[in-house]
Each structure stands twice: as structure tokens, then as C-alpha cells.
Design a protein. Structure first.
Length: 274
């Protein structure tokens, strides 16, 4: 499959689950770019010239000429039982845009991502697009692919490889951004990440020099600001849909941040637009 005449072409994408031994070896490369995200179980993949154990949440990335080797065999679970289990999302893609993207920086062989991250959601969406039999807009998968690649760039810029403390802090940050429109407590975040509340508070403050709840407030205010500007929603509904428990509190913190009430802000922006 040759993608060099295409802007960004997704050749195949899907989900695989193995309960039997499986082996694949392409010493001369796979001739396309490949993203492979381990979602369940484990396997072995060739990474930087070595066969390594792959765990859940690892995204492996290959260029067209890189040797590819996959081994799925039995492992021992916590009860001592030998099992075979490996699930993954995979995308083969190419094209001029993909070539340019790949060459921008030195790509790591693998990155670790939370399975709630938008990178996983994008891979799932691309796989769904490729399953469509009657698809009048095949270019949608190409656009999703570009967003996925750029999301990986952003993730790498925010998450230094091999820094577990920073990794946990960014997991907290992602949780806040994904759940800002609903009410949550520090205990909810800590439980989701799997650490204590005090450790979550400390790691986030250390990484971002702000508190978890202050960052949540900032995200919610930005959401509310956009909805006031670009939607006809009543202000009370703006407050509720942006994660504020009541309009009185929303009104107070909005005025404190932007120097005017939500109503005044909406009027000023509409006058500016017109």
C-alpha cells in the first residue's frame, strides 16, 4: 500500500483480541506507519531493536521501514493460571502529511497513556469510520488521523517520558478537563488515579503551581465564557452546564475573573460582533 500520493490516508484500522498464540514478524518493516494501543492483557513487541513486554495503556508507533515483530503467548495471572489474552486498537496509515508529521521530531517507540485519554477515543473513532460499508465521506477518517497525530504531539509535549510523578499529575489534569462540566470532589479524582487525596493535591501543585480546584474553576470559567459568547443558552443554563452548583456562585466568580457580570459580558461581546 503506497500512501505517498495521499495527504493522510488511513488504510486499515480496527480492534483485535487474541485468546490463542499469535506471531507476526516483518523484518523489513510494514511499509506504512502503524499505531498500536494495547487495551487489554499483554504481548511482546519489538521496540528499539529489542523484544519487550507490552502492558495495558502502551501506545507503540512504527515507521514504514522499522522491523515489526509481535508475539502473543500465555502468561501467568495472579492466581497462577496460564492465560492468553491480548486486545489492541491498530491503525495503518501513510501519505505526504504523515511523512512530514513523523519527521518533525524523533518519535519514541512507545508512550504510556491513560485508557480514558482522548488519544484512545480517537483511535476508536477511526476504527469505527473504517468499518462503515456505505461511507460517502471517507475523508473524515483522514481528518481524525491528523487530529490523532497532533494530539500525540501535544501529549508528548506535556508528558515527559519516564517521569511517573509528572505522568500522574497529567492524569489528574486530564480528569479535570474531561469532567469539568459535572461536579466532582478531590476524592473522586484520587480514586480514579489510584492515589491518596493528599498525594494528588501535592503532585498537581508541584507540576502546575496551582491547586486542583483552582484549575477546575479556570476550566469551568473558560467553558462558560465560550457558551456565553457563542450560544443562546440562558445564563442559568450556562452556569449549570459548565459545572457550577448554583448561579449565585457562578455570578460572583465570573465577575471576579472578567470584571463584569455574565449578562454584561454577553452584551459587550454581542456589540463587538455586530
Amino acid at each position: 500500500m503506497d500512501g505517498h500520493g495521499e495527504d493522510c490516508k488511513v488504510y486499515t484500522a480496527g480492534y483485535s483480541f487474541h485468546r490463542k498464540p499469535f506471531y507476526m514478524n516483518e523484518p523489513d518493516g510494514i511499509h506504512n506507519y502503524l499505531f498500536r494501543l494495547q487495551t487489554e492483557g499483554s504481548c511482546q513487541l519489538r521496540c528499539d531493536g529489542e523484544l519487550v513486554q507490552v502492558e495495558t495503556g502502551e501506545l507503540h508507533m512504527y515507521d514504514p521501514d522499522e522491523p515489526y515483530e509481535l508475539r502473543i503467548g500465555d502468561t501467568v495471572d495472579v492466581t497462577g493460571k496460564r492465560v492468553i489474552e491480548s486486545g489492541d486498537y491498530h491503525i495503518f496509515f501513510g501519505g505526504v502529511w504523515a511523512d512530514e508529521w513523523w519527521r518533525k521530531i524523533k518519535r519514541p517507540c512507545k508512550i504510556k497513556i491513560p485508557l480514558t485519554d482522548n488519544i484512545m477515543d480517537l483511535m476508536r473513532q477511526i476504527a469505527m469510520e473504517k468499518r462503515r460499508i456505505d461511507n460517502p465521506h471517507p475523508e473524515i477518517s483522514s481528518h481524525y488521523m491528523k487530529i490523532l497525530c497532533l494530539s500525540i504531539d501535544r501529549y508528548l509535549s506535556e508528558q515527559p517520558v519516564g517521569a511517573p510523578r509528572t505522568y500522574l499529575a497529567y492524569q489528574i489534569k486530564s480528569y479535570i478537563e474531561e469532567n469539568a462540566s459535572s461536579a466532582f470532589k478531590l476524592e473522586d479524582i484520587a480514586l480514579h488515579i489510584g492515589i491518596s487525596v493528599s498525594r494528588a493535591v501535592h503532585l498537581f501543585k508541584e507540576a502546575f503551581d496551582t491547586t486542583i480546584m483552582q484549575y477546575a474553576l479556570d476550566v469551568r470559567l473558560n467553558m462558560a465564557q465560550e457558551r456565553i459568547m457563542f450560544s443562546p443558552m440562558p445564563l442559568e443554563e450556562v452556569a449549570e452546564s459548565s459545572g457550577f452548583a448554583n448561579y449565585t456562585y457562578f455570578h460572583r466568580v465570573f465577575r471576579s475573573r472578567f470584571g463584569m457580570s455574565p449578562k454584561e459580558f454577553r452584551l459587550s461581546k454581542r456589540e463587538h460582533i455586530t
